[in-house]
Write a protein that binds this ligand. Sequence first.
Ligand SMILES: Nc1nc2c(ncn2[C@@H]2O[C@H](COP(=O)(O)OP(=O)(O)OP(=O)(O)O)[C@@H](O)[C@H]2O)c(=O)[nH]1
Ligand SMILES: [Mg+2]
Length: 615
Amino acid sequence: MVALLGNPNCGKTALFNRLTGARQKVANYAGVTIERKEGSFTSPDGRAYRLLDLPGAYSLSAHTPDEAITRDVVAGKRAGESVPDVLVCVVNATNLRLNLRLVLEIKRLGLPMILALNMVDVARKRGIVIDEARLAQELGMPVVATVAVQAGGERALVQALDAMALTEKAAPKSLDVIDTVSVEETQREVRRILALVCHEKDDRGNLSEKIDHIVLHPVLGPIILAVLMFCVFQAVFSWATVPMDLIKDGVDGVGSMVKNAMADGLLRSLLVEGILGGAGSVLVFLPQILILFFFILVLEDCGYLPRAAFLLDRLMGGVGLSGRAFIPLLSSFACAIPGIMAARTIQNPRDRLVTIMIAPLMTCSARLPVYALIIAAFIPEREVGGFVSLQGLVLFGLYVTGIVSAMLVAYFMKRSMGANHQQPLMLELPSYHWPHLQNLALGLWERCKIFITRVGTIILTLMVLLWFLSTFPGAPEGATHPPIYYSLAGILGRGLEYIFAPIGFNWQICIALVPGLAAREVAVGALGTVYALSQSGDELAQSLTPIIAASWTLPTALSLLAWYVFAPQCMSTLSVVRRETNSLRYPLLMAGYMFVLAYSASFITYRVALALAGG
Ligand SMILES: Nc1nc2c(ncn2[C@@H]2O[C@H](COP(=O)(O)OP(=O)(O)OP(=O)(O)O)[C@@H](O)[C@H]2O)c(=O)[nH]1
Ligand SMILES: [Mg+2]
């Protein structure tokens, strides 16, 4: 077993992916990997290796839960797992001053080690010359240069591994040996070695620093951040129209073909109303999701995110959150689950807990189809001030509402937990680089697969189930409503209507809320099926947008939007909270506070909108 370890953001996962062909997440900020991941590869000599990718750590005296994983693995403290045979210490060749400290610390464990000088491509460009032979001599371990993002950039490392040809198994010294040497002493040793092996041309005109001068500017910085975010939401609507229409036409086309080819009957209804009307209406939102992820991936890869965290640190500090909460919260825009897991990089347990509790208020991508559907149906496709799309603006507003309420909730939670001194934010700012196109394409492809898999599995299954519940037992003699009204789902929906009528939801919406608990975007599919089945007789199947535009009032639509900003909807999030906090109390608390928020927000929205519409 070979383990990769090193400081955060030095390229361990990139190297792991290159060696094993895996596709673990790589991004240009510290704290991407938060769990151990295993893979394997075979060297050209035919030796087989098992490889471990670990979370980055600054030292082995772990401060955060993710660093603790790394410490426990190298110390052989993990249950049922032996100590790695070789440690590959990965360092960022452009920042040896910081990186070598961990190397010296790990060396004291006395395990076989190789030093991988990663990112030598960048180092070379910056005029940093490292004497590898001398470094190897000083450290007493093989030193190899690697470029994790280039094909063949791992070759030297594999040769070094083969050359070690391990036979005996070493036992690590206890972690106590690390504490016997002071940080100052280690730092002195690092400086001594650097003076011997590293020659740096004067590099004052560093491009990253120049960019940071503008991007981190106290006035310009926040403006740039706001404009950037705003543009993302504009793009989500304006770029997506053409591909969305294509998918819609495709789904509709298949629908009419099936309708024409089959006789009216249960099977046809299942195919057209259940599957195409349900799963098909969710599929339409693929382009918007991909556009959102395009921006997230680009920002992740170029190195802007830690800067944004830096800019927002003051703001987040104001509500008692640490700047470290930024990345977990930002990840929650994709999905709250990785966001909640990324909170492991937060040192202070209270900060971590509050971050976990508010993560689901960040607008996850599963809400996007719901928002987009309602916005498309009720917000006119108009431009404000000549170039800003009104629909994009409303979407932006919904995201902002989520963020602002998260900050308020954080503030009150922090207050209720009592005093807590604010810790200064210590974040490494990585160098900027252009996004790797291949990574970007792969990332989008992964997203595409995840979405389509969701549509094809959980959403499809639920739609078929919902279709059954909505079709049986069928309408009685002399029925005045469409059959779904009398079906099991209809009865359930009409029951729930008692609870939700005060906030403007009709029984069709109530039906859709139930499967929406499994995954939010299912609600869109459910509405698709429910309304397809609600249409009387031979009316042509229409797409969902015009149907809801005709059958809901504006107050109902707004109330549903408000509901979706806050509602505790997704069961998987709650179960991850349970796992990460190791208690039942917090998921219950989360579900409770979100339900109350959602109901109150919808109630106020509905009543205010009704009053305005009536007045
Ligand atoms: N130019 C260049 N970029 C690299 C190299 N290796 C990694 N990168 C980039 O460096 C960034 C960090 O890479 P990761 O593999 O995520 O780093 P990590 O060490 O796994 O980080 P954590 O999981 O946060 O500890 C990414 O943007 C990579 O594309 C390299 O050899 N050369
Ligand atoms: Mg990693």
